[in-house]
Design a protein around this ligand. Structure first.
Ligand code: DGL
Length: 269
């Protein structure tokens, strides 16, 4: 392990949803080399027990360390919620998760101090966002709601589908009753449902995309540890997955907002 700025930033997720974080990183830090790992063979992590997610997180970390990364970004909200300590303990290089950056952004955006959080069952059961927001300001009211069906709907590409609108209404209705003014999109997949979510909440709520807030934090950490890549060359982006499912490139490009290029299959764990 060495702290050479040209080494890549490692990003991992339970699957391809974390490409929303890569997209935000590329926008903010266009000269950083990136190695991405998506554990597509074992996705989803959201409904699994914290113990299993912690084991998987360790495997994902080992893989990125084998690629000689200079820091690790845990793009998966579920891993960030229940296993960030596991990654930090093993990696011994800077590690950034998505929960604290998302909580900071939400707390800065909320005027009424009434914040909603949506995420997978694992993320919401852990109360990680609630605790992080309360740590910033204990007077904030936090209302959370698991939205497990959003992940398969996004993977299916049903971003503006009638069924997605109906399910969004069902999930978000309890939050709208609480008069929230800010909503944390606490899952890698949810930024792709921004339109449906905004429409359901009648545009009266500020949506917080943890991916964007995380890119800002990564920028800060690179600076703090003098890890920024000052080379102006085109960055090298490498994508690895543990299985290549059908429609992978199509879905992946939707998450990344650009062509994926070569995706290699590897075994972990
Ligand atoms: N990446 C996960 C998250 O952000 C969503 C998909 C899954 O359940 O694995 O929580």
């Amino acid at each position: 392990m060495s702290n050479i700025p040209r080494q890549p930033i490692g990003v991992f997720d339970s699957g391809i949803g974390g490409l929303t974080v890569v997209r935000a990183l590329l926008q903010r830090l266009p000269h950083e080399n990136i190695v991405y790992f998506g554990d597509t063979a074992r996705v989803p992590y959201g409904p699994k027990s914290p113990q299993v997610v912690r084991e998987y997180a360790l495997d994902d970390t080992e893989f990125l360390l084998s690629k000689n990364v200079k820091m690790i970004v845990v793009a998966c909200n579920t891993v960030s919620a229940v296993a960030l300590d596991v990654v930090q303990k093993r990696a011994k290089i800077p590690v950034v998760g998505v929960i604290v950056p998302g909580a900071n952004a939400a707390s800065a955006a909320s005027k009424k101090k009434r914040i909603g959080v949506i995420g997978t069952l694992g993320t919401i059961s852990s109360s990680a966002y609630t605790n992080a927001i309360k740590q910033i300001d204990s007077s904030v009211h936090v209302f959370s709601q698991p939205c497990p069906l959003f992940v398969p709907l996004v993977e299916e590409g049903w971003l503006d589908h009638k069924a997605t609108e109906m399910i969004a209404k069902e999930y978000l209705f309890p939050l709208s009753l609480e008069k929230i003014d800010t909503l944390v999109l606490g899952c890698t997949h949810y930024p792709l449902l921004k339109n449906v979510i905004a429409k359901t909440l009648k545009d009266s709520v500020t949506l917080i995309d943890s991916a964007e807030a995380t890119a800002v934090e990564v920028d800060r950490v690179l600076e703090e540890h003098a890890l920024r890549n000052t080379s102006k060359e085109k960055p090298n982006l490498q994508f690895f997955v543990s299985d290549i499912p059908a429609k992978f490139s199509e879905i992946g490009e939707r998450f990344l907002g650009a062509k994926l290029g070569v995706v290699k299959k590897v075994s972990v764990g």
